[in-house]
Design a protein around this ligand. Sequence first.
Ligand code: UDP
Length: 236
Amino acid sequence: MKKTTLLYEGKAKKVFKTEDENLLIVDYKDDATAFDGKKKGAINDKGIINNRVTNHLMQYLEKNGIPTHFVKEISDRETIVKKVSIIPIEVIVRNIAAGSLSKRLGLEEGTKLSKTVLEYCYKDDSLGDPMINEYHIAAMELATEDELKAIAEYSFKVNDLLTEYLIDLGIELVDFKLEFGKTSDGTVILSDEISPDTCRFWDSKTGEKLDKDRFRRDLGGEEDAYKEIMRRLLGE
Ligand code: UDP
């Protein structure tokens, strides 16, 4: 399978067309951005780690009943995925208060939420990905009622599966972001990535942050944190 034309270049990934119209190749970069692209930098080998961590978790989810876009890892940074049209909703799943939720609701970071919280954001960089609810989604026709039902059910199931898997590796899953897409026949499947860029991972014993907050908040040690996640998940 070879890359043909560049379809899209985002902040952390390039996406290429292939000879097969139903398949794309994702190529992960080391570039890191935060705060709607206002903070820019790079994290050494992040592209390799995010590719491998995402694929590892996508395969685990697929085995456990979540349909995903994963097809095949073809190199350290490149993966073949199913072509989907991305549903322009970012789903945020939260188990512990952190980041924007802590700010918005005045909850101290680290406060355990007594029930898992789902949030939706409209995926539009020029608007800064504003938070929306089911009514906005229906009014803007971003997804049908059935599609949104599938998205919410999959998101809770992904949370249960990942939380259980990570806790055995000494990692607390604080919150994360998911994106879903539709294949040509209209099936909703999990897409995008699941990595230290898109999840908050805290060491269960020490509470140490092992994710992109190290970069966002200038804590340092982001390369080691990403490597540590890969080591715990893939044993290397
Ligand atoms: N997140 C993401 N992409 C975004 C916004 C958030 O991957 O555009 C992830 C983020 O890494 C965290 C979770 O979603 O794991 C919740 O993020 P939050 O709303 O707290 O925003 P932040 O504090 O990161 O700005």
